[in-house]
Design a protein around this ligand. Sequence first.
Ligand SMILES: Cc1cc2nc3c(=O)[nH]c(=O)nc-3n(C[C@H](O)[C@H](O)[C@H](O)COP(=O)(O)OP(=O)(O)OC[C@H]3O[C@@H](n4cnc5c(N)ncnc54)[C@H](O)[C@@H]3O)c2cc1C
Length: 372
Amino acid sequence: MISYWEQSSFIQYDYIIIGAGLMGLHLAYELSEKEPNARIVILERGIFPSGASTKNAGFACFGSLSEIAADIEMNGLDASLSLIEKRFQGIALLKERIGIEALGYENHGGYELLYENHLPVLEQLDQVNQHLFPIFKSNVFSVVNEKIKDFGFASNAVKSLIYSPFEGQIHSGRMMKSFIKKIMAKGIQIINGASVKALEGNQVHVFHPILNEIISFKAAKQILVATNALASELLQKPIAKPGRGQIILTEPIADLKIKGVFHIDEGYYYFRNIENRILFGGGRNLDFKGEENAAFENTELITNELIRILHEVILPDQKVEIQMKWAGIMGFTENKLPIIQRINEHTVVAMSCNGMGVALSGMMAKEALALL
Ligand SMILES: Cc1cc2nc3c(=O)[nH]c(=O)nc-3n(C[C@H](O)[C@H](O)[C@H](O)COP(=O)(O)OP(=O)(O)OC[C@H]3O[C@@H](n4cnc5c(N)ncnc54)[C@H](O)[C@@H]3O)c2cc1C
């Protein structure tokens, strides 16, 4: 049973945010800017944020040429450009909010490796550049095939290389730690180990592992759900699907030539330098159904394919060991558009950045608060 003191000091808030990933932190930050005196709490099930925000690849990106071309085909020009603009603005917001140094932000540009079967996308390069010009005020994509050799990629596999000067990279761990510090300095409370089991009106039911009972937090104003892939379970309706992202990390590599963020195959594969290692992730397209999965596990199928591409395409002349691997859980929608929605008079959800939440979550949080 909770005490009188706990009930009067720990349970009642104006706003309750569920999930301390990037989205939850942006929501809390925005709320406290609008209402500095509001009592705001973030309930997080993990001992630290435990979804995608501390597991990702740290690309500050807005989409490769082939991904943008595919998105335009699926969602039309206006919806695709609006999303790209929000990602671009979101990266700027993140830099301003957290600071370049605290983010570990570096700009070595972004590249897309094209295999033989990807080459037809080059026919769309000029047109995509024209579409993006109003957002970036400059041509975004150019062909830099001379760099294939400089980076040491396998020339029998990589037939063309596209460059964008606008993409950068961050240190996701430092970003999250710095953001949490900022949030706490604003007087916002984060309660870790608070696994929300159900929502009922303005109440949020949480399992208390020490008391071994459900306790109920109350939101005088609003509940904001930022649990990403896991929202369907909580809201008891299918709202988005989990999509697992698997990553491998190499040991340090002497004289690593690769610098920047790199995409292959509409962004299904991605790699970057992190210090003098290669972080390489993706492969969800090898088993879409199997990867609709919220278990933090790496599979043999995907790990083996990542290792094969690493050795045959990315570092063909080097023997490197894999030092770490991990998985994180993203939230996906069928049309790759995010969800910002009022569920009922007490609850708003903001989720499903479809694998690009580093860039997108800041602008999504602003939109979500406009619903309050
Ligand atoms: C492997 C991988 C690579 C990625 N690479 C990139 C990249 O390079 N660039 C990019 O822009 N994006 C990338 N992403 C996507 C990006 O990380 C996400 O879009 C973003 O972090 C989503 O933030 P979020 O706050 O919505 O979700 P999350 O970070 O998943 O946060 C949701 C939080 O809610 C908590 N939670 C869930 N259920 C409950 C509950 N019942 N009670 C309490 N708390 C709960 C979770 O523990 C979690 O901390 C990647 C993702 C993965 C997995």
